[in-house]
Design a protein around this ligand. Structure first.
Ligand code: ATP
Ligand SMILES: Cc1cn([C@H]2C[C@H](O)[C@@H](COP(=O)(O)O)O2)c(=O)[nH]c1=O
Length: 213
């Protein structure tokens, strides 16, 4: 089914600035009169937040990679039917912190399960609903992880504490997705100042929203 709203996802390695920038973008779009729904994955609604806790809990070191991939897909399915799709059907702008590309980059590429296999289980989970535009916050994993160390008070989760080699594969995985989805994925150099990154993201999204409005 064709969306009436507009679906934006943000993607990238840990500490790239996705949450900070997209929150600022959301505020700006709301000020301009857009009806915006901010959400995140895994999570965004009660069932998916519970699944998030299971996936990211540091105690669950024995979790099998395919179990992990299925849990992300299950959380995505419930979030989509309960929150994202109804908002799109109502004509809203949905800004989602991470979506399917996270699974393709982390589970498909970095965990080594394979992008095609992860795509297949996610197609089962989400049907035809894909983001209209995805902003890929590209950054050296070392820089992103250092930002988290320096600024965030949040506890490091089970994925944060993976090796630097894993996080480098995540970045490579993301960059390989740009070739697969060149129209949808827009890469932004997230190592720049917050102000510049925000302006670049705003300009991309504003241009898209003007086209559909
Ligand atoms: N362009 C920037 N330059 C320097 N610091 C930044 C920039 N953008 C965000 N930060 C800081 O980096 C930290 C991580 O940012 P943020 O939580 O937005 O990243 P994220 O991509 O959402 O991370 P994660 O995926 O791990 O949740 C925050 O303390 C934030 O203030
Ligand atoms: C949606 C999704 C997420 N992940 C990973 C990426 C991060 O390490 C965590 C989510 O936490 P954050 O606060 O957004 O950084 O989960 C993943 O591996 N696969 C996915 O599909």
């Amino acid at each position: 089914m064709q969306n009436k709203g507009y679906f934006i996802s943000s993607e990238g390695p840990e500490g790239a600035g996705k949450t900070t920038v997209m929150n600022l973008l959301g505020v700006r779009l709301k000020d301009e009169g857009f009806d915006v729904v901010m959400t995140r994955e895994p999570g965004g609604i009660m069932i998916s937040e519970k699944i998030r806790n299971i996936i990211l809990d540091n105690e669950h070191i024995m979790m099998d990679s395919r179990t992990e991939a299925l849990l992300y897909a299950a959380a995505r399915r419930q979030h989509l039917v309960e929150k994202v799709q109804p908002a799109l059907d109502a004509g809203k702008v949905v800004i989602c912190d991470r979506f399917i590309d996270s699974s393709l980059a982390y589970q498909g590429y970095a965990r080594g399960i394979g992008v095609e296999e992860i795509l297949a289980i996610n197609q089962f989970a989400i049907g035809k609903t894909m983001p209209d535009k995805t902003i890929l916050f590209d950054i050296e994993p070392k820089v992103g992880l250092a930002r988290i160390e320096a600024h965030n008070n949040r506890e490091k989760n089970r994925l944060d504490v993976e090796s630097l080699d894993f996080h480098q594969k995540v970045r490579e995985g993301y960059l390989s997705l740009v070739d697969r989805y060149p129209k949808r994925i827009q890469v932004v150099d997230a190592s720049q100042s917050l102000q510049i990154v925000l302006e670049e993201v705003y300009n991309v999204i504003k241009r898209e929203l003007e086209i559909i409005r």
